[in-house]
Design a protein around this ligand. Structure first.
Ligand code: NAD
Length: 381
């Protein structure tokens, strides 16, 4: 089994430690953090070894670095990982700038190392079932669609919310990876993007922790309206926002020549998926509960307007698939080509809004491969 070293022992690390219960090849032996006390606490809790960042990169027993640092640290941490001769799997986004992402993917390719990146939610049962239904033609050719992710932002509960409101934060880099990767999974690569952005509040107040009631400046737009044209000519409209108190919009609606499909929450792994084939007609519901990566395993509500109270969350499958692919000399699913195309879409959205013009994407990618239950069985417990 390959050995995984974790860098960045923050909030999301618990999810990756839990993924060891679902997947049979995630062996996290060692952890590190810029703050060594954080690493030691994590090591004690999970009975692994704590090291500092330089030591973990030099450790000959570690094959893969799982990078769960903050987005602004992703680029340098991935670069150091690859230069140390190790494979890299990182949380989203791969970097906050397209040119940095491209450099990393070129570096990984030149060194014959695997570079994988979240999100992996498109590999869940919701994303896979929606893909199956679309690919077998039930709703005809998808021509139009809509998606929404909107909530008031993290400042009410997060003790350090500032990074979400400066360069490297914002709804596009934070939540866009889930929506864009899911859309590319369902529709193929994108062609062009036109976006419009707005900052609603110049100042926000921290609602929890030691800095409670302190104000901080919002330096970037916090809401985006987006229109994406895909290479298959479908036109999809999106709304990503940190400015909405509550709403009841669906996650991902796609409209085809024969009917409509309500796809999954791109931030999660389950369903149900709904299909309607006539005007005013009934909706047929497809459950994902019997599928390996769709069964509900989360029962406490996040309270977010977009999120169901119960959910399926199998984060870590992208890492597990990459580990399996390294051992079997296969292409992994959360691969550099897909990751770079999604990063291109993210940066193009931000630039389009800044420049008030439609921008063409610089990259393309292959259509994602279906992830069959047989393949999933190879990596699950
Ligand atoms: N929290 C979530 O719900 C969530 C969900 C999905 C994805 N993510 C992604 O996971 C990543 C981490 O998020 P989080 O919420 O766990 O953040 P966090 O702030 O809780 O934890 C990040 C950790 O990384 C450490 N760190 C930062 N820079 C470092 C560096 N250069 N070297 C070593 N350690 C460093 C910090 O000290 C901290 O312990 C982000 O990319 C985020 O987008 C988070």
């Amino acid at each position: 089994m390959l050995n995984v070293g974790l860098i960045g022992c923050g909030h999301i690390s618990e999810t990756y430690f839990r993924s060891r219960d679902y997947f049979n090849n995630i062996n996290i032996t060692t952890c590190a953090d810029i703050n060594i006390e954080t690493a030691k606490k994590c090591a004690d809790e999970y009975n692994i070894i704590a090291k500092n960042v330089d030591e973990i990169l030099e450790d000959k027993n570690i094959d893969v670095i799982l990078n769960l640092t903050n987005p602004t640290s992703h680029y340098q941490t991935i670069k150091n990982t690859l230069l140390a001769g190790k494979h890299s799997y990182c949380e989203k986004p791969v970097s906050i700038k397209f040119e940095q992402g491209k450099e990393l993917i070129d570096l990984a390719n030149s060194k014959n190392l695997y570079l994988g990146n979240a999100p992996d939610t498109f590999l869940g049962a919701g994303g896979q079932l929606t893909k199956q239904i679309i690919d077998r033609g039930d709703v005809g050719d998808i021509k139009l669609g809509n998606f929404t992710f909107a909530f008031p932002g993290v400042q009410s509960w997060h003790p350090n919310p500032e990074p979400w409101f400066v360069e490297g934060g914002g709804p596009i880099l934070d939540m866009g990876p889930y929506y864009y990767t899911m859309l590319v999974n369902l529709l193929g690569p994108a062609k062009s993007i036109k976006a419009h952005a707005k900052k609603i509040n110049k100042i926000r107040k921290i609602g929890a922790g030691p800095k409670k009631d302190e104000n901080f400046n919002v330096e970037i737009p916090t809401s985006y309206y987006i229109v994406i044209e895909f290479q298959n000519h479908s036109l999809i409209q999106g709304f990503l926002s940190f400015d909405v108190i509550n709403h009841q919009s669906n996650y991902l609606d796609l409209y085809g020549t024969k009917g409509s499909i309500i796809g999954p929450d791109p931030n999660m792994f389950g369903g149900p998926i709904k299909v309607s084939l006539s005007e005013g007609g009934s909706w047929k519901e497809y459950s994902t509960e019997e599928m390996k990566l769709g069964k509900t395993n989360i029962f406490n509500s996040s309270g977010r307007s977009n999120e169901a109270a119960t959910n399926a969350n199998y984060r870590g499958v992208g890492l597990s698939d990459m580990l399996y692919s390294i051992e079997n000399h296969l292409e992994h699913r959360c691969n550099g080509e897909l990751v770079l195309h999604v990063l291109d879409m993210l940066e193009t959205t931000i630039l389009s809004a800044e420049q008030s013009i439609t921008l063409q994407l610089r990259t393309s990618c292959k259509k994602t491969k279906a992830f069959t239950e047989k393949e999933i069985n190879l990596i699950t417990n």
